[in-house]
Design a protein. Sequence first.
Length: 215
Amino acid sequence: MSGGAAGRAERLGEMVAAVARQALSDWGAERVALLDDGSPEAGLAATLLAPLGPERLARLDVRTDVEPLLHLLPRTHAPERVGREWARLRMRLEADALSAAPDNKTVLLLGGALPPEPFLPLGDLYASEVAELAGGWSAPEEVRALAEAAGGIERLDAALRSLVDRRDPAGVDALLPAGVGDELRRRFERGRASRLTLRLVPKVGYRTLGVDLFE
């Protein structure tokens, strides 16, 4: 992480931790339970939440806590999804915890329904911003394929910013190859209903899930 990225991560950590402290007070919870799937996002979220202190942040590692149990569950074509859902069950059983998902904003806007966790600490950081801060980014295969078709995650996020932050739909097509803008808009529209259910997201940019991005 460069010096500039490290400085930004420190500032973001102060803000995200402050939001988390208020959320814990509002929810009457003792700690944040972070769904940890080993992704760059999970590592970054844990770093930003570190100011809470180890006693107020629990990382539920899907790989070590959940995956060894998957053979006990019904067979499915999406074992990674089963692992996340099993982890979510574990988190819901933690009565003193506020559950959090580490998904980035690109995934939240283009990946369909939002995750059920009420706290999304990276919900206002695009995947390209996560890559700058954490050295990498993750997304479901369909979002990765869209980024490849767009010419890279930076191009995809630039088009998404045009649509979401600047409210300039025409700018989407100017930034993307023919046809890719239509697919971006289709995926954005697919998650509209889910975005009407509020989530707690620390506000970083212009238009933020859970704060002012309801359409």
